[in-house]
Design a protein around this ligand. Structure first.
Ligand code: AMP
Ligand code: GLY
Length: 423
């Protein structure tokens, strides 16, 4: 069969790498892809949000399965458009993708189905939002309703900070339409973890546990990022907690979406806050996590393609996934300055040496090919992912890869996985 993967980051490189191992697959295309993906798939120069052009391509090439990586095409309705054209596609449709596309939608869903989360209120009126902050006090969390490229959440430690955030979002419209309304919610304390489940809209197939490191610097200091590294399994998610998450969060979410007339299929990403063994939802995403996909899919032993197909067809019968009995750790190499401004087009060395290391994969995210050289092009550039018998071994493996790769001003954290070791 022919598979099209939509996207061009580390998550999509990992998906392509995993899909390429399936005996069912003859050819993989990726739009737009990146230089790492180009080693495994044919990259086509179509942006992930150029849905009409992607559709023309998929029809012309008779693509058997399209797998959508990022959230933007999902919230734009790529799945609806492909399905209407008779194509099989993995991911939620436009209505269901609101679970990530609108914080208000997801909070209202959780409230309706008693899914544990922070107390909240939504506002489309600025003065009412400010009054609510004054009444609740700090710390408090302000969220733009719509997609804001991961920047729309402000964890405010003072009332003034929270009000400044509401001003930025609602008056100055720093996130455009995404800030027409805001969700203001209770600050939750605890340890964060990411939980993923495949679903066809009715049945669920949970993945192994994972955690990412969101802050840019060691010891969780500095601003939030898309994720500076991740590992799997996450010791905070015990077998007992796994079951609680499935029963009190994942199942009611999927059931609630179906009852509300917008069944959710694809992969559901639940961001969790765990305190005293009790999980609460921080947010949902309608896609795989990045970088969580990297350690997770490196550990996945089962063929992923039948699972993707079953979700797309509404026929998910499989009730377990085989995992390699190993830990995996992904260290993100970022451009110096990220998540603010950074210099681009700096040549990257050592990728050939890293490729010789066993049980190590270097997934490309923000790279480009320039004059025959691989250069940095985005904030998060590479995901160096190692497997090991223990978390310690996987950390050592990943950092052995990190050590041989270099470019000017490369930045990475030195403590990825340390939280798992400390348990
Ligand atoms: P989100 O985009 O909703 O994942 O939010 C980004 C980050 O903000 C999360 O990963 C948390 O670290 C933090 N965050 C969001 N909501 C809350 C909350 N209610 N309490 C504490 N931290 C939060
Ligand atoms: N790692 C966080 C995300 O994918 O949103």
């Amino acid at each position: 069969m022919k598979v099209l993967v939509v996207g061009g980051g580390g998550r999509e490189h990992t998906l392509v790498w995993k899909i390429a191992q399936s005996p069912l697959v003859e050819q993989i295309y990726c739009a737009p892809g990146n230089p790492g993906i180009a080693e495994l798939a044919e990259c086509v120069h179509i942006g992930a949000d150029e849905i009409d052009t992607l559709l023309d391509f998929a029809l012309a090439e008779k693509i058997d399965l399209t797998v959508v990586g990022p959230e933007v095409p999902l919230t734009m309705g790529i799945v609806d458009i492909f399905q209407t054209a008779g194509l099989e596609v993995f991911g939620p449709d436009k209505a269901a993708a609101q679970i990530e596309g609108s914080k208000r939608f997801s909070k209202d869903l959780m409230a309706r189905y008693n899914i544990p989360t922070a107390a909240y209120q939504s506002f489309s009126d600025h003065a009412q939002a400010v009054a609510y902050i004054r009444e609740q006090g700090a710390p408090i969390v302000v969220k733009a309703d719509g997609l804001a490229a991961g920047k729309g959440v402000i964890v405010a430690m003072t009332e003034d900070q929270a009000i400044a955030a509401v001003d930025d979002i609602m008056l100055d419209q720093v996130f455009g339409d995404a800030g027409a309304s805001v969700v203001i919610e209770e600050f939750m304390d605890g340890e964060e973890a990411s939980f993923f489940a495949f679903t066809d809209g009715k049945n669920i197939l949970p993945l192994a546990s994972s955690q990412d490191h969101k802050r840019v610097n060691d010891n969780d200091e500095g601003p939030n990022t898309g994720g500076m590294g991740a590992y799997s399994p996450a010791p905070v998610v015990t077998a007992e907690l796994h079951q609680i998450i499935v029963d009190t969060i994942v199942k009611p979410t999927i059931k609630g979406m179906a009852q509300d007339g917008c069944p959710y299929s694809g992969i559901l990403y639940v961001g969790l806050m765990i305190k005293d063994g009790k999980p609460r939802v921080v947010e949902y995403n309608a896609r795989f996590g990045d970088p969580e996909a990297q350690p997770l899919l490196m550990r996945m032993k089962s063929d992923i393609v039948p699972v993707l197909q079953a979700c797309a067809r509404g026929e998910l019968q499989q009730d377990s996934i085989d995992w390699h009995d190993k830990a995996a750790v992904c260290v993100v190499l970022a451009s110096g300055g990220y998540p603010a401004v950074y210099e681009k087009n700096l040549p990257i060395s050592g990728l050939d040496r890293a490729a010789e290391i066993e049980d190590l994969m270097v997934f490309h995210a923000g790279t480009a090919l320039k004059d025959g050289l691989i250069v940095n092009q985005g904030g998060r550039v590479l995901g160096v992912t190692g497997l090991g018998d223990t978390v310690r071994d996987a950390i050592d493996k990943a950092y052995a890869g990190v050590k041989v790769i270099h470019w000017d001003k490369v930045h990475y954290r030195h403590d990825i996985g340390a939280r798992a070791l400390n348990r």
